[in-house]
Design a protein around this ligand. Structure first.
Ligand SMILES: [Zn+2]
Ligand SMILES: [Zn+2]
Length: 274
């Protein structure tokens, strides 16, 4: 029997993946929480911004774990008549907010370290710092040799801040791409269109849209023009099966049209720019 939602096995695998992911996320969250608290206390006692900045970096990880757990729970909620896709996009919005939050924390710490560079009258407790963070250790050693080089600590903060920016920028780019309904990563417009076009009885394809609800849940819709003598229902079934077999789509929506109904100069039926 043919059915439009041809992915029961994929759905079963996804549930299994979810259970395993949840367990791993719980463990990772607990570890990074303990680590972060230790760094905040250690960094505070030592008066080291570098250690505090590293704690902010651990916070980045912790936040992303917690958001993943929350979104796994949210996205398992069934769709409603008001939210017909369910809560899937909450994952993207949550990740977006966490990146903004991390940038705010990093900006505050960078600002504080600039203040320290301008007014270098703070003091750093060497031993606590030694225990707490690797980069701060180097800063401490430098300080032992020449006490004027206390700037090593603010410099560490800058290095960490750049690291945080470098790791979150690609994430933000991917999130914005999903929010802009962009072509999912790893898929190409021409390739998907080409696959449909080589099918038997297919004359042309237009209004092809591929986007994603979350990073992994892709959606496709397209208008397909068949040749005059085509069995339209059969062609529809074949293309649906092909798309589900080749890619892992969340939903595929196809509209079959006759060649006679096409308007050659219609601007909505043209291919988008490269
Ligand atoms: Zn169905
Ligand atoms: Zn059309």
């Amino acid at each position: 029997m043919h059915h439009c939602h041809n992915y029961t096995k994929a759905d079963e695998n996804r549930k299994q993946e979810r259970r395993q992911a949840k367990r791993r996320l719980y463990v990772a969250s607990v570890i990074s929480f303990i680590f972060m608290i230790a760094e905040i206390i250690g960094g505070h006692i030592a008066g080291s911004l570098a250690v505090m900045t590293d704690a902010a970096h651990v916070l980045v990880d912790l936040m992303s774990f917690l958001i993943s757990i929350f979104s796994l729970w949210l996205s398992s909620k069934p769709p409603s008549k008001r939210l017909t896709y369910g809560w899937q996009r909450a994952e993207i919005l949550g990740a977006f907010l966490s990146v903004i939050f991390i940038w705010l924390v990093t900006a505050v710490l960078t600002y504080l370290s600039i203040l320290r560079l301008l007014h270098p009258d703070y003091k750093i407790e060497g031993t606590v710092m030694l225990i707490t963070s690797g980069c701060a250790v180097i800063a401490n050693i430098i300080k032992q040799f020449s006490p004027e080089l206390k700037i090593a600590d603010p410099i560490c903060t800058f290095v960490f801040s750049i690291f945080v920016l470098a790791t979150t920028l690609p994430i933000l780019r991917d999130l914005l791409h999903v929010l802009m309904e962009g072509m999912p990563r790893g898929l190409s417009y021409d390739e998907v269109k080409g696959r449909i076009l080589i099918m038997d009885k297919v004359e042309s394809v237009h209004s092809l849209h591929v986007w994603s609800l979350t990073m992994s849940q892709m959606v496709l819709s397209a208008h397909i023009v068949t040749v005059a003598n085509a069995d339209k229902q059969n062609t529809l079934n074949e293309i649906t099966e092909l798309l589900f077999d080749t890619y892992s789509f969340h939903t595929v929506t196809l509209q079959i049209e006759s060649k006679a109904d096409q308007k050659p100069d219609c601007i909505f039926c043209q291919d988008p720019r490269d």
